[in-house]
Design a protein around this ligand. Sequence first.
Ligand code: RFL
Length: 403
Amino acid sequence: MTNSQSTGKAAQSADVVVLGAGPAGLLAANLLHRGGIDCVVLERADRSHVQTRARAGFLVANTVRILDRHGLAGGLHRHGRQHGTCEFRTAEGRFRLDYGGLGRGERHTVYPQQDLVTDLLTHYLEAGGRIHFGTEALAVHDADTSRPSVAVREADGRPGRWRARYVAGCDGRHGAARRSLPPGALRHRRDHGISWLGLLAQAPPSLDAVGYAVHDRGFAGHMARTSEVTRYYLQCERGTAAAARSDEHIWDELETRMYAAEHGPLNRGRILHRGVVDFESDVIEPLRHGSLLLAGDAASLISPSAAKGANLAVLEAELLAQALIADLAHGDAAALERYSREALAHIWRAQEFSHWMIRLLHREPSAPEGESFFHESLRLSRLESLRTSRTHQDWFAENYTGV
Ligand code: RFL
């Protein structure tokens, strides 16, 4: 389709059209609007869906610094909780790492993603920012020109079109930005062959640490969200339906894998939400395709094993907004190329650590018959090194709390 095809409605316009109102899109829009750039956010979902979608919770220190720099961290300082300990459990016993006192001495702030999104949205609207909910981007056209456009389905179901100078693709892994990439765009992809059943439970945390349990039956994880809500993870077979197990069966399985008999029972409660995450990672390269730029999950998908996705989204959104402002307001035409290079360096660092965590926490799923003992022994040795080596612990802490 080309620009000239009629949609039956006059095209609307903005210098930057931002696709998606997740952490990446909303932070970019806040900074662009503040930088005097005419921008609009197009979001497929309605406002209440965006503000209640529970996903991430662990924010690294650099994310807090970025939000602080722009006066957007009020909510997380008021309600977020500092977190600096994780506990590894195995059949051999358990050990704790006070990572807040290791490496660079940085901690996590636990603050639910939906609250961060709500804060970013509130700031944006109060500053007079434009956003259209219920507006689905269908495709980005003419990204190889300086006058791209976005075909949309508007909230009333009618087709529409937005013209722009740049399109910021922050619409996640299934968004229109990825679908509109030119044929030459590279997608470096890895399927780890591992899946987690992610659970959100109406139950107080059961330990004052992130819990990582390595068990013969598979991985189990515990992460506090608030004083009343805890996230749990259970490794599951690929293709498992999220609803397949009863709440009771899930709690029994969590207690088995977290060695509750040895280390104490879990606080049980109603399971509020469950969803299966297949561990797939990918990186789109480059992140600039003419007038279309990618950030957040649209740029790179990262498994939740190291809790990096939302943190990368925030980092990339700041870099992208700064590059767009440099280009549009100051004529620095090279800024967007620099954005792609710089963001990719951060993405690959996070991918490497996330991949390392996957290998630490799971049996090697593709180990050929006869090699599983070898892989398993390497994994236990890796854990033992983490338990005993201060150098290894510092390396872990630096990567765990960084992006
Ligand atoms: P989002 O948050 O997916 O937002 C994209 C937005 O785009 C909209 N959209 C469209 N809008 C218009 N037109 C279209 N065609 C559209 N298609 C989609 C969507 O409705 C949505 O509003 O992407 P963004 O901004 O890049 O942010 C990425 C993060 O959300 C993601 O990486 C994290 O949630 C990953 N993640 C975690 N990251 C962390 O840093 N720390 C954590 O503790 C953490 N825990 C997690 C996680 C992800 C999880 N799941 C569900 C995969 C835990 C889980 C279970």
